[in-house]
Design a protein around this ligand. Structure first.
Ligand SMILES: [Zn+2]
Ligand SMILES: [Zn+2]
Length: 347
């Protein structure tokens, strides 16, 4: 089969490799769509993965071609989405079904072979069956969407809250999409690229609720839109110190700050900002990955339900579709930011 194999930092090659054999309770998935995640770029070009050689790609969907010896035959021919985290199922968080907090997990696409290939061996536990009206491209976005929903839920939003989303990369944009879907009226989105305004409009946010931080001071804009009171919930989806500081400073008394963006450097609060946390009784929370428990209310089933009811249409965020041979073009584009993009998908 064709696969992109990572041999180390900045060494990825398209190769002809052996098709995987599904072991025990694994199934063989024929990949139909795979998204490139922001985290794939440093993994492929700077740090490398946990083991090499490795086939990256953790946002993918496909059809089950074959089942391993102990896997349920019912999966054969089924269209599936894939939760990429393989939990140990022995640690304390796993016992509570908080698999996203597993202490000793494996991961498709970073710790074992993932979706930038024609086929992947996947444990049947990690499968989620797709309704007929959900496309493979949509299903390949289940992972980032579930991550956005997980963050949304961590913020414990009430209907009337004023909610700031600071940073409109893929997760930030998806978060806005789910906040709109949840009927939150006071959403303030802060981006810094011209095309983000159009996308924000496409997903149902009024352009008055969008601020381009290059054109105006985002802090002043938020203060103005909240009559100086600050926001009830601020999602920091950038991962930079200055936006972290702003997020804390812009939170209203008893407000919540939810940290979503992966930090690009050390994070620190000056004393004046630290005082805000105390004096405003702020709740600062982190969010990590997404919940997948096979129950209807988990992040993955929630997202799948919203898509199949056509309440959410993530395809609006797919800016590029490439054949597998051209994956590297997409990776380079994201690395060098040579074009505007939200989600780049290998189909
Ligand atoms: Zn991802
Ligand atoms: Zn565990």
């Amino acid at each position: 089969m064709k696969a992109w194999v990572l041999y180390g930092a900045d060494d990825i090659r398209l190769e002809e490799v052996e098709k995987p054999q599904p072991k025990g309770n694994e199934v063989l998935v024929s990949v139909q769509a795979a998204g490139i995640c922001g985290s794939d770029i440093p993994r492929i070009y700077q740090t490398g993965a946990h083991t090499h050689p490795l086939i990256p790609g953790h946002e993918f969907s496909g059809v089950v071609e074959r089942t391993g010896k102990f896997a349920d035959r019912k999966w054969e021919g089924k269209r599936v989405g894939i939760f990429p985290l393989i939990p140990c199922r022995e640690c304390a968080p796993c016992w509570k079904q908080q698999y996203e907090l597993c202490r000793q997990y494996s991961y498709l696409g970073s710790r074992r072979n993932g979706g930038f290939a024609e086929y992947v061996a996947v444990p049947e536990w990690n499968l989620i069956e797709l309704p007929a009206n959900v496309s493979f491209a949509e299903a390949a976005m289940l992972e980032p969407m579930a991550v956005a929903v997980h963050a949304m839920r961590r913020g414990q939003i009430c209907q009337d809250d004023t909610v700031v989303v600071y940073g409109l990369g893929t997760i930030g944009m998806l978060l806005v999409m789910f906040l709109v879907d949840a009927g939150i009226r006071n959403i303030l989105a802060v981006g810094n690229k011209a095309f983000q305004k159009q996308i924000v409009r496409k997903i149902g946010l009024d352009e008055r609720n969008y601020c381009d931080s290059r054109e105006q001071n985002a802090a002043e804009w938020i203060q103005k839109h909240t009559d100086g009171a600050g926001a009830d919930v601020v999602y920091e989806c950038v991962g930079r110190n200055e936006t972290f500081v702003q997020a804390v400073r812009l939170a209203a008394p008893e407000g919540r700050v939810c940290l979503v963006g992966n930090p690009n450097a050390d994070m620190a609060l000056d004393r004046d900002t630290y005082w805000k946390v105390l004096r405003n009784q702020l709740v600062i929370t982190g969010t990590w990955n997404s919940s997948f428990t096979h129950e209807p209310g988990d992040d993955w089933h929630f997202v799948l339900d919203r898509i199949s009811r056509q309440q959410i249409s993530p395809e609006k965020l797919i800016t590029h579709r490439l054949p597998i041979e051209e994956l590297e073009y997409g990776l380079q584009l994201m690395k060098n930011k040579t074009e505007d993009y939200i989600k780049i998908m290998v189909i």
